[in-house]
Design a protein around this ligand. Structure first.
Ligand SMILES: Cc1cc2nc3c(=O)[nH]c(=O)nc-3n(C[C@H](O)[C@H](O)[C@H](O)COP(=O)(O)OP(=O)(O)OC[C@H]3O[C@@H](n4cnc5c(N)ncnc54)[C@H](O)[C@@H]3O)c2cc1C
Length: 529
């Protein structure tokens, strides 16, 4: 446990905070705003150069667009939140401020933050804060989830999120002739933003087939989705923004004559030094490629996304439990108002389940109000309305998850020579042979940690953020695999350091303050080495 005396000597600026919000995306902004409306004093820390998160990622302040609002959905909501919080003396917004560790402290968690001087990415001389929040709201969002295939490590193959980030924050296209593939509604904004930046989108390949899509989307479209239209207010009204957004993407793709093919997946990317062609195939109902249906598309870029996986490090370190299978690790378990299993810790937005920006806004507001209320600042009458909106949006998100969730047959595309862990260059064949060699050992169920240590899969710079779910699946745990689940998932999300930290910065801490363990223990199959 970190004692106050330890902190004072740590070269850190030590501060007690009423409500600390981690993450400046839709959920974090809404949480900060709601907590302020209740009267709590708030500090919001955001690791990026500006607030906005993934949904409102935008051009840098020094190169603003003439009409940024036209490039985004719901920009006025974002601009309003940013303006309100920036002009509020009771709210401090720190950008370039990454939470890198959370430790148990005397009476409060100690949240360690490194603040980078403005506009100087990875600059030396970062400011070190040790914040002791009375209430913590975790709104750290999600990463891309990409299922591997032969050639996914070629230059020119990028995640859908990376293609989006280039388009939104640089107005650059990742290529001139781009294939967009994977699964989920996110493929549509990816294709649309590529078109906006002048790329030619050759096609959008959606892995889910008509039956899977109908099961997910059908009840929504016909008005029978359980929970969606049964929340005491018009589900249609709550979902109107999403419907307009979807219609906009469909119109953009139609105008550019971009084919949208279902039950289609990428089975390989090929090229000499970078991607030159993409091999697509029809997928069966399990997402296994149908032999003989392969076709080759000449392209100079491929953007692939199969959904999102939550950024759990801060929540786990704060002692919050996760639930569900998610992408290998599940999501932070919360009640309707965002309370986690850890006292004094709330969570909101994608870290609690993939739901889109509207859900993140509503959940952020609920969590901010609940956190403030726990500190003696009662919430107003808005809670009931927010809870009803949340029910509608969550039901919608559950439907979408069902419509696009990965099916077990995807693993058939992962040949033995496919690199699964790109940092350490570990192939699927190597993982499979080591898994097979240890399968009959008496300690097999606990063996996945040793498998990772043996193969080094997931131990490189990405620390399993990109490959962790796929490593689990190839080993037969976590994501659905064709072999079934036989081992407990590897806890690749449990990382002692949430973001990279210089050794010198760690060395500046006195020994007693060096982070050791999560704030409270939580049942997990294995610890990250
Ligand atoms: C790459 C990507 C692109 C997306 N693009 C779209 C899109 O175009 N359209 C759409 O409808 N949905 C998109 N989504 C889904 C989108 O994330 C959500 O709909 C919405 O932004 C979720 O809001 P959030 O606040 O939960 O998370 P986010 O918007 O992800 O915000 C989380 C914030 O927390 C910050 N953070 C994380 N960890 C730390 C830390 N340790 N310290 C400090 N700050 C931290 C991050 O920098 C980020 O700004 C995208 C998702 C991803 C992963």
């Amino acid at each position: 446990m970190v004692e106050p005396a330890d902190l004072a000597g740590a070269g850190a600026e030590v501060r007690d905070v009423e409500v600390l919000v981690v993450g400046g995306g839709p959920a974090g902004l809404a949480a900060a705003d709601a907590a302020r409306r209740s009267g709590a004093r708030v500090v919001l820390v955001e690791g990026g150069d500006d607030v906005g998160g993934q949904y409102w990622r935008h051009l840098p302040a020094e190169r603003p667009a003439a009409a940024e609002a036209q490039l985004h959905h719901g920009w006025s909501t974002f601009a309003g939140l940013r303006r309100t919080l920036a002009g509020d003396p009771g709210c401090e917004v720190l950008t370039g401020a990454s939470v890198w560790a959370v430790e148990p402290g005397a009476g409060a968690l100690v949240v360690r933050v490194l603040v980078t001087p403005s506009g100087q990415a990875d600059a030396p001389g970062r400011r070190h804060l040790a914040l002791r929040p009375a209430a913590l709201v975790v709104a750290t969002g999600a990463h891309d989830l990409t299922l591997p295939f032969p050639g996914w490590d070629l230059p020119g193959v990028v995640t859908g999120g990376a293609a989006q980030a280039f388009a939104k924050s640089e107005r650059l296209a990742v290529g001139e002739r781009v294939v967009v593939a994977g699964a989920g509604p996110f493929l549509l904004p990816v294709a649309s933003s590529l078109l906006d930046t002048g790329a030619r989108v050759l096609e959008v390949a959606e892995a889910a087939g008509p039956a899977q899509l109908t099961r997910g989307w059908g009840p929504l479209l016909t008005g029978g989705g359980a929970g969606v239209f049964a929340a005491g207010l018009s589900g249609v009204g709550v979902l109107a923004g999403k419907t307009r957004e979807l219609a906009g993407y469909v119109a953009a793709l139609t105008a550019a004559r971009v084919p949208y093919r279902t039950a289609t997946g990428v089975v390989a990317a090929r090229g000499d030094g970078r991607v030159e062609e993409v091999v697509l195939a029809r997928l069966d109902a399990t997402w296994a490629p149908v032999p003989g249906t392969e076709r080759v598309v000449a392209a100079d870029a491929l953007a692939v996304s199969h959904g999102f996986t939550p950024r759990l490090e801060v929540a786990l370190a704060a002692g919050a439990a996760v639930a569900g299978s998610g992408a290998g690790a599940g999501f932070v378990a919360v009640d309707d108002r965002g309370a986690t299993s850890a006292p004094g810790v709330w969570a909101a937005g994608e870290v609690t389940g993939i739901g889109g920006a509207d859900a993140a806004l509503v959940e952020g507001a609920l969590a901010g109000l609940a956190a403030a209320e726990a500190l003696g600042h009662p919430a107003g009458p808005e809670v009931d309305g927010l809870l009803r909106r949340r029910r509608v949006l969550r039901a919608f998100a559950d439907r979408l998850a069902a419509a696009h969730a990965p099916r077990p047959g995807w693993l058939a595309q992962v040949t033995d020579d496919t690199v699964v862990c790109r940092c350490e260059e570990v192939t699927a064949g190597r993982l499979r042979s080591v898994a097979q060699a240890t399968a009959s050992a008496a300690d097999a169920p606990a063996g996945s940690r040793s498998l990772r240590l043996t193969t080094r899969a997931g131990l490189g710079p990405c620390q399993g953020r990109v490959c962790g779910h796929a490593v689990d699946a190839v080993l037969g745990c976590g994501l659905p695999a064709s072999t079934g689940t036989t081992r407990p998932p590897v806890s690749h999300q449990r990382r002692p350091l949430a973001v990279p930290v210089r050794l010198g910065e760690l060395a500046d801490l006195p020994p007693a303050t060096t982070p050791t363990s999560p704030a409270t223990s939580q049942p997990t199959s294995e610890e990250t080495p």
